[in-house]
Ligand binder design. Structure first.
Ligand code: SAH
Length: 441
């Protein structure tokens, strides 16, 4: 995740699927040890042939055998990357304030809940709840916090952050039908219930606030390259050569795949792209965003998707990060984070085509935080800080979040909201930023 922006390494390692021979072989690379996850991936390639990048990414990140996220903490200075809520408490506080403004704008419903996708360490939710608890009229409407999280290790960390002093024995497990994982639930001292789910499909219907911070970039992508007048898909094959230490390599399908036909048949892919251009498409992002929009359409509510990316389709954005450095995406699968830039234009279409929910933006993180008064909040914390070290951390953090060269511009904020027709006012920070369906432009 930022996940610093630098050119990705993937494109330099593409080969054609049909095994080519190379003349300049560098012999004798010692292969990385085969972990159980790498063995499993190689077995899959043996059975089905090269895997789509999407298949590979999903397995690497959330396979129970030892997917990257499955065990626990990967964040912060000691981990692989740092995210905005981990940089400064102000980030979560201002997101909380945005929800408060939405609650007022949308008619102050008397029963609300918060749903967060991929909550990481639980820091963002914890900062939002602390801030919102200072507004008792609103806070007393919050009955539940629902966390959609794949990783058992991170679920534990989230519990520790949100329900202090709790242990495994305090969690109630509600068994679903045979196809559903049990829902885990625990109640905080202030009466708010916290539950963990595998997807929004199993979150009970209620008026809701949704948050997805650095979640969509972790969802798998398919990646394509225009070759002559046709599109080819990037796939992951075994690498048994002595040319690299990795056990896998990225190759190009010799023919269009089913995904190529499904996603790139639109005329614009013929006209707007030339030989050698790359595009990444994430059907998973579409699927999750559409489900969120349909949930809000049914129940009412409002939400934010905050991530790095652009408001248009991009290509070759897969990147692997370990120890705060960009590494080769095929390096020891499961040991490094894999992510891709988010295509916000795609998310917006998923909202607008799939529901009666409005979409706004995206705007930059800098503009979002500014509209919520980051300057005043930083000044207040600065005055109360107990040491010069604390003051420095505060200012460094604010700079990192806001500076257009750091996270201020590449991180974008998309808002979505189910608005009764009577409401003409727009969400704070998103004035005149309402989006139209592609076909209505
Ligand atoms: N929002 C946090 C963490 C971002 S990392 C922050 O900004 O600090 C991505 C998060 O999404 C992790 O919690 C990871 O375990 C979770 N995640 C990744 N893929 C997922 C999936 N398919 N389903 C549910 N959670 C997922």
């Amino acid at each position: 995740m930022l996940r610093i922006l630098r050119p990705t390494t993937a494109s330099r390692f593409i080969r054609f699927y049909s095994s080519e021979t190379t003349s300049h072989v560098t012999p004798n690379f010692k292969k990385e040890p085969l972990t159980p996850l790498a063995k499993h991936l190689r077995d899959s390639v043996k059975v089905t042939g090269p895997l789509s990048l999407s298949h590979f990414m999903r397995e690497v990140l959330v396979n129970p055998l030892k997917g990257y996220y499955m065990e626990g903490d990967v964040f912060g200075k000691q981990g692989d990357f740092v995210t905005s809520p981990e940089i400064s408490q102000v980030f979560g506080e201002l997101c909380g304030i945005w929800y408060l403004t939405e609650w007022m704008r949308l008619g102050r419903p008397d029963k609300t809940q918060l749903i967060e996708f991929g909550p990481g360490r639980g820091t963002l939710m914890s900062d939002m709840l602390r801030t919102l608890s200072q507004f008792p009229h609103f806070y007393k409407t919050i009955t539940d916090v629902h966390l959609v999280e794949a990783s058992p290790g991170l679920r534990k960390m989230q519990r520790a952050a949100l329900v202090k002093g709790s242990g495994d024995k305090d969690v109630t497990r509600i068994e679903g039908n045979e196809h559903e994982a049990p829902i885990e639930t625990i109640t905080r001292q202030d009466g708010v219930r916290v539950s963990w789910h595998d997807g929004i499909e199993v979150v009970p219907d209620q008026w809701s606030f949704v948050m997805a911070h650095e979640f969509f970039d972790a969802l798998p992508i398919h990646s394509f390259e225009k070759t002559g007048s046709e599109w080819r898909e990037m796939m992951v094959d075994m690498d048994d050569t002595e040319e690299s230490e990795h056990n896998f390599r990225i190759v190009k399908s010799p023919n269009p795949t089913a995904m190529t036909k499904s996603y790139l048949s639109d005329k614009k892919f013929d006209i707007d792209f030339k030989d050698g251009d790359r595009v990444d498409i994430s059907p998973d992002c579409w699927g999750v965003m559409e489900k969120i929009a349909q949930y809000l359409d049914r129940n009412g509510g409002s939400g934010l998707a905050i991530d790095y990316g652009q408001d248009y389709i991009q290509g070759d954005t897969l990147r692997a990060i370990k120890d705060h450095k960009i590494i080769h995406p095929m390096c020891d699968p499961g040991s490094a984070d894999l992510s891709a830039d988010v295509d916000f234009s795609f998310l917006k279409q998923a909202i607008l085509q799939g529901s009666g929910v409005s979409a706004y933006g995206p705007i930059t993180q800098k503009d979002f935080l500014q509209s919520l008064g980051i300057q005043a909040r930083i000044e207040q914390l600065f005055k109360n800080a107990k040491s010069s070290a604390a003051r420095k951390t505060l200012l460094d953090g604010a700079e990192r979040l806001m500076d257009p060269e750091l996270m201020g511009r590449i991180y974008k904020v998309l808002a979505f909201s189910k608005e009764p027709n009577t409401i003409k006012e727009e969400p704070v920070g998103f004035e005149k930023k309402k989006c139209l369906l592609e076909s209505d432009k």
